[in-house]
Design a protein around this ligand. Structure first.
Ligand SMILES: NC(=O)c1ccc[n+]([C@@H]2O[C@H](COP(=O)([O-])OP(=O)(O)OC[C@H]3O[C@@H](n4cnc5c(N)ncnc54)[C@H](OP(=O)(O)O)[C@@H]3O)[C@@H](O)[C@H]2O)c1
Length: 275
């Protein structure tokens, strides 16, 4: 299955919209089927140049005739953007709406769209910008299996996508993969500093650490062995890795990570309550 042949509109032409449109085109959607609405004329020209898609300042054009419309504005702009669309002569029940606005709940999106609107809320993460994202999606009651499958295909064009069967799981996803890149960046910073502490030149420590995280993630993604099996394979009794792992265990590495994910999940719940 693919989204080839579907007309796809974007409200908001920022970094995420560009990444998703680029991913769709690479996945076989024709650039002629994509229409991006963006308030900055200069940015529209840039998107036209870079992707060869239609991009202009008229929001209505991105909705009219589109099968899918991606809401890709900042979360605080969502109500204004939807109000502007409601003021136009448009059939807002016809497209599938896909929102990537962090923390904006289905309830809020439903309040800004007609009662029958089919809506999927998504939580992507920053690596989506280089087509290595991890995204979770969740549909409202009106979105059927084929709508949810279309939304999954959209995010699979920029990485991995998973469908959550309850919206509150998106808070947990925010705590894990939404905030996760920052945990990994902190891990990398610490690994680089530690490499320097044991005598490596900074530049070498940086390159070795980044490549190690990348390579380990690639091995784990390969799927032949679980992360626990991969760890065991490199932990020979009396060896160097076990000595290092013992220190991490003593420092309660797992518990610290669990606390970090739980704290970010709680914060996502709190922010959602305020939206
Ligand atoms: N970047 C990520 O990795 C990431 C991860 C998870 C979720 N998200 C979510 O994705 C959404 C977009 O993020 P982003 O990083 O792409 O942000 P961004 O680069 O700031 O893009 C937002 C775009 O929307 C435009 N815009 C503002 N008001 C508008 C309006 N009323 N109608 C139409 N367009 C309007 C902005 O134009 P101006 O620049 O002229 O204001 C800007 O081009 C956000 O809601 C964010 O929470 C992003």
């Amino acid at each position: 299955m693919s989204l080839a042949g579907r007309r796809i509109g974007f409200i908001g032409g920022g970094a995420m919209a560009e990444a998703l449109a680029g991913g769709l085109i690479a996945g076989g959607v024709s650039a002629a089927q994509i229409h991006i609405a963006e308030p900055l004329a200069e940015r529209c020209a840039q998107l036209r140049d870079r992707l060869d898609v239609a991009a202009d300042t008229d929001y209505a054009d991105a909705v009219r005739g589109s099968d899918l419309v991606v809401l890709a504005v900042k979360p605080d702009v969502v109500p204004t953007a939807l109000a502007a669309l409601r003021a136009e002569d448009l059939d807002l029940t016809s497209p599938l709406w896909i929102s990537i606005a962090a923390g904006v709940r289905l309830e809020t999106l439903e309040a800004g769209l007609p009662a029958k609107a089919r809506i999927v809320r998504a939580m992507p993460n920053t690596p989506a910008l280089i087509r290595a994202g991890a995204t979770a999606i969740c549909g409202n009651a009106q979105a059927d299996a084929s709508d949810r499958s279309d939304a999954r295909l959209l995010f699979e064009s920029v990485g991995f996508a998973w469908e959550a069967d309850a919206e509150n799981l998106l808070d947990a996803v925010t705590g894990l993969s939404g905030s996760g890149p920052a945990y990994v960046f902190l891990f990398l910073e610490a690994l680089i500093d530690a490499g320097e502490d044991v005598g490596l030149p900074r530049e070498a420590a940086e390159r070795l650490a980044i490549q190690t995280v990348y390579g380990a993630a690639k091995l784990a993604l390969d799927g032949a062995s679980s992360p626990a099996q991969l760890r065991e394979q490199v932990s020979s009794p009396g060896g160097t890795t076990l000595a290092g792992l013992a220190e991490l265990d003593q420092g309660e590495f797992r518990k610290i990570l669990a606390r970090a994910v739980a704290a970010a999940t709680r914060r996502s719940v709190e922010l959602g309550e305020g939206s």
